[in-house]
Design a protein around this ligand. Structure first.
Ligand code: SF4
Length: 163
């Protein structure tokens, strides 16, 4: 993606945010309908970024959905301290993803070798384009590492929750 860098847009209209999140969830639902063999059992090895050497990259719409999933349980902040294994801030002490229903696209398609490995991009490119389109409507500037992406939208998600 070669768009120029824009500032975070935490004050986006709440209607825009709702529409964006509906579309991202629709993308996730469409992905689940694809006849792509997958065996994610929540093993969570892929959630320890220093071990895998990879960090999920989120578009702004994905970040909104993930942050909303976290905030929905009444949580007031995202953990900032990083674990030695680089564990995802959404990985709970129980060893389970705390936002599994709202986890980003990359967590569904890219990481876990045991779940099937990286999906063939050509089979999901239309879904990637839809996420990019949402990113543009939110004045995003492309995918970012998970913590950065969440940090950019957290205030907007918290404000929306307080409405
Ligand atoms: S969002 Fe969930 S599935 Fe994705 S890396 Fe974090 S804990 Fe793992």
């Amino acid at each position: 993606m070669s768009r120029s860098r824009k500032p975070a847009r935490p004050s986006a209209d709440p209607g825009d945010l709702d529409r964006a999140m509906r579309e991202v969830r629709a993308v996730y639902a469409d992905l689940a309908e694809r006849p792509i063999e997958r065996d994610c059992r929540g093993r969570t090895e892929c959630c320890r970024f220093r071990l895998t050497g990879r960090t999920p990259q989120l578009t702004r719409g994905e970040a909104l959905v993930a942050a909303s999933g976290w905030r929905a349980a009444g949580r007031k902040s995202v953990p900032t301290a990083e674990a030695a294994d680089g564990a995802c801030p959404f990985l709970g002490e129980t060893g389970l993803c705390q936002i599994y229903r709202d986890r980003p696209f990359g967590c569904r398609t890219h990481f876990c070798a045991a779940a099937g490995g990286m999906m063939d991009r050509t089979g999901i490119i239309d879904l990637i384009r839809r996420l990019e389109a949402v990113d543009e409507t939110l004045d995003g500037d492309g995918p970012k590492p998970l913590r950065n992406a969440i940090g950019e939208v957290w205030e907007a998600v918290s404000r929306r929750r307080r409405r």
